[in-house]
Design a protein around this ligand. Structure first.
Ligand code: ATP
Ligand code: MG
Ligand code: FE
Length: 348
């Protein structure tokens, strides 16, 4: 089974072909960083135009790399949401056009489901597992019981953690995108020099909050006379340590809930761009080890937005007969809890 995946929900234009044996036949991503950098963040209209410009030739190259003609595909999967509406239209319309022209099944993929299932592409991982999804736009703890079966244990009440990394990096003058720059700055920093709060730490449940942490960094910066390199490093380290403490604490509660619901201690899976953070990975590995389970962390290129995960979600759905009509809608807002009941039934 071979599926073409198309991803255009944010600022990555991506196309990939994956097969049912978990092989990546091709996997291409064009990041629009240069287009958005002058604005210090993603501009929806700029993103939509860039997707339109890049996507056709990228799909042609993905097919070429895979050494396949369209007639050798078994299906087409395109992200239908959640995300920026302009980009979603471009990708979903393109997917529909290929599906219609070649009479192939279409899978209108939920981007969050694709993140949630990525670990099954990279690892031989049975259901159920606990997912920590940490990206630029999302921050959730989810029990993944099967395709279409998601129980959200908690999420952020304000900023996503990647967003907090980006905003804090901006405050520290570290540029865009902020997460990787902040991690580099933190390497030699002293996390103890500036005490920062740990929002929600020790509270029941799995809710998280990161905007207060970013504000605490801002207040600290405002009180300083100068922001020299050492101070930036110390603040970056303090911020990163606070985030890791909070996420590890929230994951511990989620693992408790998961063990109650499923009778097993894990495994814990991390996905999303922030999963690239080594300090966070180390903390989560320690936590999983202490609980007698393991951390599954897909390679970095498959944690941040890509089309292989969309193609893989397509494979998982196609196997279960969960395909979509050419009238499938693009959905800017589409939480995992709103996967359609029919799909959940078919996924059972
Ligand atoms: P979403 O997947 O939620 O729709 P997105 O495209 O912004 O949105 P990703 O591409 O998965 O999400 O992740 C990007 C985010 O990850 C950015 O906020 C970025 O700062 C953050 N990030 C990337 N690398 C690191 C790192 N090493 N440490 C911390 N954060 C990081
Ligand atoms: Mg992105
Ligand atoms: Fe994403």
């Amino acid at each position: 089974m071979r599926v073409l995946g198309i991803e255009t929900s944010c600022d990555e234009t991506a196309a990939a072909v994956v097969d049912g044996e978990r092989r990546l036949l091709s996997n291409l991503v064009v990041s629009q960083l240069d287009e958005h950098r002058p604005f210090g963040g993603v501009v929806p209209e700029v993103a939509a135009r860039a997707h339109l410009e890049y996507l056709d030739s990228l799909i042609a190259r993905a097919m070429d790399d895979a050494g396949l003609g369209y007639g050798e595909l078994d299906g087409v999967a395109a992200t239908a949401g959640p995300g920026l509406i302009g980009g979603l239209f471009v990708g979903l319309m393109t997917g529909k056009a290929i599906a219609a022209a070649r009479d192939l099944p279409l899978m209108a993929v939920n981007h969050l489901e694709a993140h949630a299932l990525t670990a099954r592409l990279t690892d031989d991982l049975p259901f159920p597992y606990l997912l920590l999804l940490v990206s630029g736009g999302h921050c959730q703890l989810v029990a993944v019981g099967g395709v279409g079966r998601y129980t959200v244990y908690g999420g952020t009440v304000d900023d996503a953690v990647g967003e907090a990394f980006d905003k804090t990096a901006k405050l520290l003058g570290l540029g865009y995108p902020g997460g990787p720059a902040l991690e580099r700055a933190a390497v030699d920093g002293d996390p103890a020099r500036f005490p920062l709060p740990r929002p929600m730490l020790g509270r029941e449940g799995c809710r998280m909050s990161f905007s207060g942490l970013k504000t605490a960094v801002r207040h600290t910066v405002e009180r300083l006379d100068t922001l020299d390199e050492r101070t930036v490093g110390d603040l970056a380290a303090a911020f990163q340590a606070a985030v890791a403490d909070v996420l590890a604490d929230r994951c511990a509660n989620a693992l408790d809930a998961f063990a109650r619901d499923h009778g097993v201690p894990g495994p814990l899976v991390v996905a999303g761009g922030v999963a690239a953070n080594a300090a966070l990975r180390a903390r989560l590995e320690d936590l999983a080890g202490a609980r007698g389970t393991r951390l599954v962390a897909p390679p970095l290129g498959l944690c941040s937005d890509n089309a292989a995960m969309i193609g893989w979600a397509g494979v998982e759905r196609l196997r279960l007969g969960c395909t979509d009509g050419l009238d499938a809608r693009a959905r800017p807002r589409w939480p995992l809890t709103e996967m359609s009941p029919a799909d959940v039934e078919k996924g059972a």
